[in-house]
Write a protein that binds this ligand. Structure first.
Ligand SMILES: NC(=O)c1ccc[n+]([C@@H]2O[C@H](COP(=O)([O-])OP(=O)(O)OC[C@H]3O[C@@H](n4cnc5c(N)ncnc54)[C@H](O)[C@@H]3O)[C@@H](O)[C@H]2O)c1
Length: 357
């Protein structure tokens, strides 16, 4: 029988409608967006502007929660309470209490909850995973990642839900900071940086220290320009993360892995460059170039399609998804705890293990 999906939030969620519809044995039967104008292009489906009514009246098996971040925790819990599996965009919760609510609801209901951290299924992560698993780096002792990206173009929102550049602040009465400006501390969006590191190392974080810049790029619109976290892991490694979205440069992603027998440094500044040094194979001091595509997988499949297929397979076989609720929180809570630390002047903040609640 076909799995009946509902998609909530039709910004990025509009792409999810297409991606899910292309998966064998899945159909999108209903969509929900609080902005009725966003529903107009989905005339062939059941449409809802009220999320509770969407859960109540649409005949669904699964919900994709692709709404603004602050809504994710409560909307995911409500969907599971309504008997539905949940795939949720990042950040999937906004506090430790929300993480506990999501994990305990998934456990009690037996329904699958998964963070849609698509970077895990991208080619670069898959290629680095194969390489790390060969042991050529030895044990990884330190890892770092940065995701910085000028998102000022969408940081204000008008009364009709249209986005505007942060530089328009103060020019019109109806402009207010969009959620991604006013309500997204940069490290809350840590799963694109931390997720791949934890996936590669099969580790989790236990303590966070954070510092942030406050608002200097677009004061009044974006409260924090850039934020860094230092994380201790359960296996005794250290991790450094940096995120910033109110910043004067385009997309930039950096990842570094430092092992007992080698290192890898990967940077994407609009094009991917990956350099590696393996002690056992080195003939001089030159770094090797590792030739790999950034997101296009070797099997030719779209990384989000593979993520969706693995999530659907878990539902069909009644098994845990690749990122179950507790693992989803491993990818999310360290950023929240590092931000809490930054707000307390850099005091260490313990990161709870959601398997222990
Ligand atoms: N994985 C990625 O690479 C990636 C990329 C972009 C966005 N995202 C994530 O996807 C999510 C959505 O981001 P976006 O850029 O589409 O945001 P957006 O603000 O552009 O769109 C969100 C949509 O949700 C609707 N909405 C708001 N509150 C709602 C509610 N309570 N119920 C139903 N609908 C509601 C809005 O009207 C809007 O149409 C976020 O969590 C974001 O972090 C992930």
């Amino acid at each position: 029988m076909s799995l009946r999906w509902g998609v909530a939030g039709l910004g990025r969620g509009a792409s999810f409608v297409e991606w899910i519809s292309a998966i064998e044995g899945c159909e999108v039967v209903a969509v929900c967006d609080s902005n009725e104008a966003a529903l107009e292009r989905f005339g062939g489906l059941e449409t809802f502007s009220d999320y509770e009514e969407f859960l109540d009246k649409a005949a669904l098996d699964v919900v994709a929660v692709i709404t603004p971040g602050p809504a994710h925790g409560p909307q995911s819990v409500a969907a599971m309470e309504a008997g539905l599996h949940v795939l949720c965009e990042t950040p999937c919760v906004y506090s430790i209490a929300e993480a506990e609510a999501v994990v305990s609801t998934s456990r009690r209901t037996g329904l699958n909850f998964m963070l849609a951290e698509d970077y895990i299924w991208m080619n670069w992560t898959q290629q680095l995973k194969k390489l790390v698993d060969t042991g050529r780096l030895g044990d990884i002792v330190f890892a770092e990642a940065e995701y910085t990206h000028d998102c000022r173009g969408g940081m204000l929102i008008d009364a009709e839900g249209k986005h505007h550049h942060a530089s328009e602040w103060g020019t019109r009465d109806d402009l207010k900071p969009a959620w991604r400006a006013g309500d997204l501390p940069p490290l809350f969006y840590c799963s694109h940086t931390l997720g791949p590191l934890l996936y590669l190392m099969e580790d989790r974080c236990t303590t966070a220290i954070g510092l942030h810049t406050g608002a200097r790029v677009a004061p009044g619109v974006c409260p924090v320009d850039m934020e860094s976290g230092l994380l201790q892991t359960a296996a005794g490694r250290a991790i450094r993360l940096t995120n910033g979205f109110c910043i004067a440069h385009p997309f930039s992603l950096f990842t570094g892995l430092y092992g007992t027998r080698g290192s890898i440094r990967m940077v994407n500044l609009g094009g991917l460059e990956v350099k590696a040094w393996f002690e056992d194979e080195a003939t001089g001091s030159d770094w090797q170039n590792l030739d790999m595509d950034y997101d296009q997988r070797e099997d030719g499949r779209h990384w989000v399609t593979v993520m969706l297929e693995e999530f659907v397979a878990a539902i069909r076989t009644d098994t845990a998804p690749p990122l179950d609720a507790a693992r989803s929180m491993d990818y999310t809570l360290p950023g929240i705890c590092a931000h809490m630390s930054a707000e307390q002047g850099g005091q260490p903040v313990p990161i709870p293990d959601m398997r222990q609640i």
